[in-house]
Design a protein around this ligand. Structure first.
Ligand code: AMP
Ligand code: GLY
Length: 337
C-alpha cells in the first residue's frame, strides 16, 4: 500500500489522480494544490509545487512514499536534486528528471544542442543574445519565410513567434532581445527553420535505463474556432491520432527516442520520468519541435486512459528502474472512420 503526493493543479493531474486511485495499492493520494476534480479522488493540500521546504515538511509528516510531479516548474527548479540532497528525503522516489534533465524543456538552446550532439532530427537553428543582434539579422536573411523565433527559457508555450516577413522578424528579434518582450526567458533567442507539416506528440516513460512508448496524442492549441487565434497551453487533445501508424512510430523510436535515452545516459543526466516529444511529421519523416520534461496538459487526459497497466505499479517500476519487467499494454482501438 502506498501514500502518494501528486504535484500540480491541471487536467493532467486529474487524469493522473484518476489512474492512481484505480490501483488497489493506492492507500492515500494527496494532491498539491489540486483542483475541484482531484478533490473528488483524493485530498487536496494547500501547498505550492514550487515551495520545496513546505513539500518536505508535508512529505515527512504524512509519510509520503512516492511523489509524482505534474508540471515543469518544480522540475526545472530542481525538486529531484532537492530530494536527493536531503538525508531525510533521499529514499523517497520522485517521478521526474533532475534539474539538468529538465533543461531539455527549460532551455531551448540546451535542448537544440542536445539534439545536435545526438543526431536527433530537428529544424536547423542558431541562437543569439542581444550582443549578437546583428548576426541574428544576418542569419534571418539566410532563411526563407516564415521565420520562427523562440524565447530560450520557459514561457508557458507562448514564447514562440512565427512571422511571414523578414522585417517583422527582425523587429521581433530586437523586441525579444533588446526590450525583454518575454522577460528573462527571452534573453537568448533561438531562430529556427520553419517545419511544414502536421504536428503530433509522443510520450516516453523512462526509468533511466529502460523505456516504454506511451500512446501518441494531438493537442489543439489555438483559442479561436477553425484553429485560429492565439496559442494557448492547450485547448483539448485526442489519442489515438489517425495518421500515426506503426511505421511512423518505428521511425520516432529509432531516430529520436533511442538516441535521446542513450544521450541522457552518456551525458550522465539523471532522468527518471516522462519525456514529451513535440514532433512535426514532415512528409512522413519525424522532426522534433521540442522536448518537455513532463506529460502534457491536456494530453494526459487522452493518453493515460489508454494505458491498461496498473498505473501506480508502473510508477513504482519506474522509480525502481524495473520498467523492463512490466508487460506494457495499450488499448489499441482506433477511432471509427
Ligand atoms: P514550442 O513552444 O517549441 O512547442 O512551439 C510552439 C508551437 O509553435 C508548436 O507547437 C508549433 O506549432 C510551432 N512551431 C514551433 N517550432 C516550429 C518550427 N520550427 N516550424 C513550424 N512550427 C513551429
Ligand atoms: N499541451 C501542451 C503542453 O502540455 O505543453
Amino acid at each position: 500500500m502506498s501514500i502518494i503526493l501528486l504535484l500540480g493543479s491541471g487536467g493532467r493531474e486529474h487524469a493522473f489522480a484518476r489512474a492512481l486511485t484505480m490501483s488497489a495499492q493506492c492507500e492515500q493520494l494527496f494532491i498539491a494544490p489540486g483542483n475541484a476534480g482531484t478533490a473528488m479522488l483524493g485530498t487536496n493540500v494547500d501547498v505550492s509545487p514550487n515551495d520545496l521546504e513546505s513539500i518536505k515538511i508535508f512529505v515527512l509528516e504524512n509519510m509520503v512514499e512516492l511523489v509524482l510531479v505534474g508540471p515543469e516548474d518544480p522540475l526545472v527548479n530542481g525538486i529531484v536534486d532537492f530530494f536527493e540532497a536531503d538525508a531525510l528525503l533521499k529514499h523517497i522516489p520522485v517521478i521526474g528528471p533532475s534539474k539538468m534533465g529538465a533543461q531539455l524543456e527549460g532551455s531551448k538552446d540546451f535542448s537544440k544542442n542536445f539534439m545536435k550532439r545526438h543526431g536527433v532530427p530537428t529544424a536547423a537553428y542558431a541562437s543569439f543574445t542581444f550582443a549578437k543582434l546583428e548576426e541574428g539579422y544576418k542569419f534571418l536573411e539566410t532563411l526563407r519565410p516564415p521565420y520562427v523565433l523562440k524565447a530560450d527559457g520557459l514561457a508557458a508555450g507562448k514564447g514562440v513567434l512565427i512571422l511571414d516577413h523578414l522585417q517583422e522578424a527582425k523587429d521581433e528579434l530586437k523586441a525579444m532581445l533588446g526590450d525583454a518582450k518575454f522577460g528573462k526567458a527571452g534573453e537568448k533567442v533561438v531562430i529556427e527553420e520553419f517545419l511544414d507539416g502536421i504536428e503530433v506528440s509522443m510520450f516516453v516513460l523512462t526509468d533511466g535505463k529502460n523505456y516504454k512508448i506511451l500512446p501518441e496524442a494531438k493537442d489543439y492549441k489555438r483559442i479561436g474556432d477553425g484553429d485560429k487565434g492565439l496559442n494557448t497551453g492547450g485547448m483539448g487533445a485526442v489519442s489515438p491520432v489517425p495518421f500515426v501508424d506503426a511505421t511512423f512510430v518505428k521511425k520516432v523510436e529509432e531516430q529520436i527516442i533511442k538516441p535521446t535515452i542513450r544521450g541522457l545516459a552518456e551525458e550522465k543526466i539523471n532522468y527518471i520520468g516522462f519525456i514529451f516529444i513535440g514532433l512535426m511529421n514532415v512528409g512522413g519523416e519525424p522532426k522534433v519541435i521540442e522536448y518537455n520534461c513532463r506529460m502534457g496538459d491536456p494530453e494526459t487526459e487522452a493518453v493515460v486512459p489508454r494505458i491498461q497497466n496498473d498505473f501506480l505499479a508502473l510508477m513504482q517500476a519506474t522509480a525502481s528502474q524495473n520498467l523492463d519487467k512490466i508487460d506494457f499494454k495499450i488499448d489499441s482501438r482506433q477511432l471509427l472512420p
